[in-house]
Design a protein around this ligand. Structure first.
Ligand code: M6R
Length: 615
């Protein structure tokens, strides 16, 4: 979604901000802009619909004439994912106040902006854009009496909704003010320079020392200092965190796309997710972040998993694990549905919020609702220090490393691995025998090797993708552990290739969707060795009888499948519970190659964002 970057320091702020905007591109956006200090005490903005490279070109032309602005050490920038008004130059951020003295960039949604706008228009204000955000610039100008931070606080107090906002003023040439309510803001502390961003990936090439704002914090930043206060003007202290990953991890490293790089990173990501957590000698797992001893674990009598998208499908696999191995009834709910349904939370229920980014608005709202209802809560996040991780207070990090491609890949497989480890831990406080746990742990240890074996199949998956890349519709079917795996396969294909793809339980096809099948609609069938295999083979025959080509994803060496499919992708033999991991990796590669052959913009698919921070 939208991204924010601000810089106060000794370098060319324009260059730093444009480079930062490029780092934020992966979040998904449709226009971009920058505001910077112009020589004679005024502000200058450059904004373009489209990509940051277009902004860069326009800014370059502008700075060739206005050389003073090019030397400015103060600037803010923004990538906008349109909500209020189309992605046009006028609607792009930063927005200037009417007198041009204040520029703001905003992430989030101001819910009461129409009322504020009407009031300001009645006082003579003229608005240039259709956005909710522009009202913030007007309110700051209205409140300003010489103190920038005070004016920002007065403006923010009038807002309802969510914001991560950053402000500069022509009258304060070395100062940035930023604030957070529901939309993340981090401060990067450098040497004679301070940065502010909505996402640490925009800061990491300058500093690894960051401070995260909490909701209600307002920070005033200069090149050498930062001060945080609350909206009530009470000083606030927030500790700094060292980022433990490097800039190379968010670069493509020779791969054509981040998505492919991240697919290839899965053996290493899984190794990191498992590291130190499999305790072979005690036939259990160790997940210290859960902060629960055996007595606490034994008390949990129900799990409620809330998540969105790929994380939701990982949660579905998690439900099967928690029920099959820990005998704990588990509900999985789309996070918005969890909150909207006013869920029943019993005393020993535990809510697990799953989110790669840790910033997804619906998942965060569900977590907050569960906290309000007194549930024990846990987060399962990848991004360290993200809002869900911090507000949950306990949980498990994936350690998958930064995921830049909009399509989730390594986060899914690591989420599933972590959920399997949770089920072993919880199962051992119940009826999971030491022998069964031991077998599961040994199989979990094989995950990096299983993932690599699928990645090694890329050439054959590519040739199958070549056969079907022209299709406009596809179905994915599977049963048992393969049901969530095919939902994920269909999501992957549709989001990056724009092929209409639907995932169904294999048994459900004949209850309606089978009416659509014909020779132009392939059915991808996940059918590795499992209890339900024979029935799924029957479903494959039903598809072929309607002339649909069948692509089977089956266990290597399984001689039952080839006769019932047109194309075969093999995955290595493993215990049934872990099969979603190799099967989904095969689906990721299939989706990737179909999308690449169709010439799609794989890392930033249209209309999508990496981190969905609106409800
Ligand atoms: O960061 P989260 O895991 O909370 O994100 C949830 C979904 O937005 C995300 O999984 C989305 O569905 C992906 N683009 C799927 O590839």
């Amino acid at each position: 979604m939208c991204g924010i970057i601000g810089y106060a320091g000794h370098k060319s702020a324009a260059n730093v901000v444009v480079a930062g905007l490029k780092r934020l591109e992966y979040r998904g956006y449709d226009s971009a802009g920058i505001a910077l200090l112009n020589g004679g005490g005024s502000l200058l903005t450059v904004k373009t619909p489209g990509k940051v490279t277009e902004l860069e070109a326009e800014l370059g032309a502008m700075l060739a004439e206005k050389t003073e602005a090019g030397k400015s050490g103060l600037a803010i920038g923004h990538t906008r994912w349109a909500t209020h008004g189309e992605p046009t130059q006028l609607n792009a951020h930063p927005h200037l106040s009417p007198n041009g003295n204040f520029a703001i960039a905003h992430n989030g949604i101001i819910e009461n902006y129409l009322a504020i706008r009407d009031r300001l228009i009645s006082k003579g204000h003229e608005f240039r854009s259709e956005t909710d955000s522009e009202t913030i610039a007007h309110l700051i100008e209205e409140a300003y009496e010489g103190d920038l931070q005070a004016a920002v606080v007065t403006a923010l107090k009038q807002l309802e909704g969510t914001y991560g906002v950053i402000v500069i003023s022509a009258m304060h040439p070395d100062t940035l003010v930023a604030a957070r309510s529901g939309s993340p803001i981090a401060i990067g502390i450098g040497d004679g320079e301070t940065l502010i961003a909505s996402d640490v990936s925009a800061l990491i090439s300058h500093t690894k020392r960051v401070v995260y704002l909490d909701d209600g914090d307002v920070v005033t930043v200069t090149p050498d200092n930062f001060d945080i206060v609350s909206l009530k003007d009470v000083p606030v202290t927030r500790g700094a965190t060292e980022i433990d990953w490097d800039i190379e991890e968010i670069e493509k490293g020779g791969f054509e796309h981040f998505m492919l790089k991240e697919i290839y990173e899965q053996p290493a990501a899984l190794t990191n997710a498992l590291r130190g957590r499999l305790v072979h000698k005690d036939q259990t797992t160790k997940l210290s972040g859960m902060q629960m001893g055996p007595a606490d674990l034994a008390h949990i009598d129900r799990f409620i998993i809330a998540a969105c998208g790929t994380s939701l499908y990982a949660g579905m696999v998690g439900k099967y694990y928690l029920e099959d191995f820990a005998s704990i009834p588990t509900d999985v709910l789309q996070a918005a549905e969890f909150r909207d349904r006013n869920p029943i939370i019993q005393r020993d229920s535990c809510m697990l919020a799953i989110s790669q980014s840790g910033e997804t608005a619906d998942t965060l709202a569900a977590l907050r609702e569960a906290i309000r209802k007194g549930a024990t809560v846990m987060g399962l996040c990848n991004v360290v220090g993200s809002t869900i991780a911090r507000e949950a207070g306990r949980g498990v990090y994936l350690h998958a490393g930064p995921e830049i491609g909009v399509a989730s890949t390594k986060s899914f497989t690591c989420q599933v691995a972590v959920l399997a480890m949770m089920s072993v831990l919880l199962g051992r406080t119940r009826r999971l025998s030491a022998e069964a746990a031991s077998r599961m742990i040994a199989e979990l240890a094989r995950l990096p090797e299983l993932a690599q074996a699928v990645i090694d199949q890329e050439p054959s998956i590519l040739s199958i993708a070549e056969k079907y890349a022209h299709c406009e519709h596809a179905f994915f079917i599977g049963r048992g552990y393969m049901y969530p795996a095919v939902l994920e396969g269909a999501l992957k294909l549709k989001e990056i290739s724009y092929i209409h793809a639907e995932g169904y339980h294999a048994a459900e096809l004949k209850h309606g969707p089978i009416a659509l099948l014909n020779e132009d609609i392939p059915v991808i069938v996940a059918v590795p060795e499992s209890a339900g295999k024979a029935k799924t083979i029957g479903n494959m025959q039903e598809c072929r009888a309607r002339k649909s080509p069948v692509i089977a994803i089956a266990t290597e060496g399984d001689t039952d499948i080839a006769a019932h499919c047109d194309d075969l992708i093999t995955v290595p033999r493993c215990q049934e519970f872990l099969a979603p991991i190799p099967v989904v990796i095969a689906e990721q590669l299939f989706a990737y190659h179909v999308a690449r052959l169709r010439g799609c913009e794989i890392d930033q698919p249209k209309n999508l964002a990496k981190s969905v921070t609106v409800e």
